[in-house]
Design a protein around this ligand. Structure first.
Ligand code: PMP
Length: 302
């Protein structure tokens, strides 16, 4: 295969039939999003957000892109911006992984840190301040931009339906901005209203009524209800402990030869729980957003 740009490698990731610890007749399929060129599901978003901004006339050749991010969106946005010859400033709470920050800088992005205690809300506020300070800047703002769920509604959702030759019993995915879950869940429900939608959060996220606090599982967990959740039916919320998520990170390496990040570990733990609760012969689909290789400095396998 010859390609002219790495962005041609975004999407159409493999769908793995897990074949472990699943009740007889049921299957868990995981979309391996670490195979995107920037290493995560967020490459789809970076590309879609900037294409959307271009079509809507929000950016030109001199625009600086500013975005608050937990890391993977930053890499996706920096990759897309670089391909368009645009500068990027990413606002990131200090706590997020060293590897992701190095990769963002390697792509040419400038990083601005906000205190970990201020959470993602602190990064959002800082991004808005920078927008005022930097002339000809544009903030895609993944946390409220309808192009976020739309990116997944138009790419990941259709891929899942095309790749599976059977109805999807349940869709299981974590939520950070909520874009992946909302976009894919909406597409799958539009395609087959019988599909059950299950959102995954770590302990320390507020969807199941808990209070916000720190957690080790990185990339998922919310401090406020994502606005995208107003437009989609959510049948169940599963709260997964850091311990359960990290146990599945290790199991995936040992049993599947697969390097998955902690949000994928949480998605796997939730999918296994769903498989036990759903009827026999269920087809469960989940998303593995990124690889453990970008969390090695955080001792993900200890
Ligand atoms: N997993 C990882 C590793 C992520 O970086 C993100 C994005 N923060 C997610 C899951 C959640 O994706 P979304 O923002 O679409 O909810």
């Amino acid at each position: 295969m010859t390609i002219k740009s790495v962005t041609q490698l975004i999407g159409n990731t493999p769908l793995l039939d897990l074949q472990i610890d699943v009740p007889q007749g049921s299957h868990i399929y995981a979309k391996l999003e670490m195979f995107n060129p920037g290493g995560s599901v967020k490459d789809r978003l970076g590309q879609y957000l900037l294409q959307d901004a271009k079509v809507r006339g929000k950016i030109n050749e001199q625009t600086t892109i500013i975005e608050p991010t937990a890391g993977n969106t930053g890499i996706g946005v920096a990759l897309a911006a670089q391909q368009l010859g645009l500068l990027t400033t990413l606002v990131i709470p200090e706590k997020f992984s060293f590897e992701k920050q190095v990769l963002m800088q390697a792509l040419g992005a400038k990083l601005v840190h906000t205190p970990s205690e201020a959470g993602i809300k602190g990064a959002i506020q800082k991004a808005r301040e920078l927008e005022q300070e930097i002339s000809n800047s544009y903030v895609p703002m993944q946390f409220e931009n309808p192009a976020n769920p739309a990116a997944y509604y138009h790419t990941l959702g259709p891929e899942l339906v095309q790749e599976l030759d059977r109805p999807i019993t349940a869709f299981v995915a974590g939520a950070g901005s909520g874009g992946t879950f909302a976009g894919v869940a909406k597409y799958l429900i539009d395609h087959d209203p019988a599909t059950k939608t299950i959102v995954v959060e770590p302990e320390g996220s507020i969807l199941n009524g808990g209070s916000a606090h720190a957690h080790r599982t990185e990339g998922i967990g919310v401090e406020f209800i994502p606005p995208f959740f107003q437009d989609v039916r959510i049948d169940q919320t599963l709260t997964i402990s850091d311990q359960a998520a990290f146990a599945q990170v290790k199991a995936a390496a040992r049993k599947l030869g697969l390097f998955i990040g902690s949000s994928s570990g949480a998605a796997l733990a939730a999918s296994l729980q769903a498989a036990q609760e759903l009827p026999a012969n269920s087809t469960i689909v989940t998303i593995f957003p990124d690889s453990s290789e970008r969390y090695l400095s955080e001792k993900i396998y200890d």
